[in-house]
Write a protein that binds this ligand. Structure first.
Ligand code: KG4
Ligand code: ZN
Length: 338
């Protein structure tokens, strides 16, 4: 079954063709980073317009690179939230129209669940249940217990800033370009992670909080400015990154031990972070833990994960959502009872 995936929840327009939830036939992404960079963050109205311009050419190019034509598409999966309302509407309208013209089923996908399925797309049958999932993106920091496909319980949640958001805000206050995560990751390689002793907060709690850490970076910068000292950007990046990722991992690994689960899936934009990936490899070998992290291209937003998630959803529910999909700017994962 070939599923066309459409993703337009934020600042990436993406189209993919995926066979049986496991084989990527084409995956095209048009990033809007350059369009938004001058504003220091995503401008919703601009994002919607860029999606409108990009969708059709991307669709044509994905079909061409997969050697397929419109009738080869068996179903369409589209992100319906969470995300920017106008941006989501562009993708959902395109998906609904195509489903109607081609007379194919339409599957609405939760973007967060899409990130989780980036690992099922990459590692498929290797992943067993129960599984712990660490979802780290621009808007979310969640630790989940996954009992089976589509069955989630939240073990830990974002209290304030999500980890990706903290990377972006810290980069901004250091005068680094948007999006901050990849830039901090890069800069941190030349810095000393012990140069600043930033707080590792709420270590005993399951929930996550990164706004105190962000404020500590701000105070450190102000202090240096007041003393008219140079700002050691690389050291600040390395120290911030180490504090954020160490906290994230300590909490996650404690849950791994408490739950007695030997498989951990890490997904979302921040899973591209090289320090996190290195620490995960280390934890895996020290603890005999099996860790799944998507290849870099599937960490940040893409449509292949949406198509894969749509395929798994279709296997479970066979629910055609043509003309029924609502966009949900806020759209938590469907959580199962304890
Ligand atoms: O999953 P994603 O592409 O979009 C959302 O669903 O939010 O995540 C984007 C977030 C941004 O905050 C970005 O700064 C962060 O992921 N990010 C990174 C890295 N690459 C992207 N954070 C840290 N290190 C990276 N290498
Ligand atoms: Zn995302």
């Amino acid at each position: 079954m070939i599923i066309l995936g459409i993703e337009s929840s934020c600042d990436e327009t993406a189209i993919a063709l995926v066979e049986d939830g496991t084989k990527i036939l084409a995956s095209e992404i048009r990033s809007q980073i350059e369009d938004h960079r001058v504003f220091g963050g995503v401008v919703p109205e601009l994002a919607s317009r860029c999606h409108v311009e990009a969708l059709h050419p991307l669709l044509e190019s994905a079909l061409k690179s997969a050697g397929l034509d419109y009738p080869d598409i068996d179903a369409i999966a589209v992100t319906c939230g969470p995300g920017l309302q106008g941006a989501l509407l562009v993708g959902v309208t395109a998906a609904d129209t195509l489903a109607w013209i081609l007379d194919r089923p339409l599957i609405g996908v939760n973007h967060l669940e899409g990130h989780i399925y980036a690992n099922f797309l990459s590692f498929g049958a290797e992943i067993e249940f129960p599984l712990l999932v660490l979802l780290v993106s621009g808007g979310h920091t969640q630790l989940l217990h996954m009992a089976g496909h589509g069955l989630y319980q939240v073990l830990g949640n974002t209290r304030d800033d999500a980890i990706g958001e903290a990377f972006d805000k810290v980069a901004r206050l250091l005068g680094l370009p948007y999006p901050g995560g990849p830039v901090i990751d890069q800069m941190a390689r030349q810095g000393n992670p012990q140069a600043f002793d930033f707080p590792r907060s709420m270590l005993q709690e399951r929930d996550f909080s990164f706004s105190g850490l962000k404020t500590s970076v701000l105070y450190a910068v102000r202090h240096l400015e007041q003393k008219k000292q140079p700002i050691p950007v690389a050291d600040l990046c390395a120290s911030f990154q180490a504090a954020a990722i160490d906290t994230l991992l300590e909490k996650t690994l404690r849950q791994v031990d408490q739950q007695g689960i030997r498989q951990l899936s890490v997904t979302g934009g921040v899973s591209a972070n090289s320090y996190l990936r290195e620490k995960l490899t280390q934890a895996a070998s020290e603890r005999g833990l099996q860790v799944f992290v998507p290849p870099l291209a599937l960490c940040t937003d893409n449509a292949a994960m949406i198509a894969a998630c749509g395929w798994y959803q279709w296997q479970r529910q066979k629910q055609d959502m043509r003309f029924q999909i609502q966009t949900h700017p806020r759209f938590p994962l469907p959580v199962t009872a304890a």
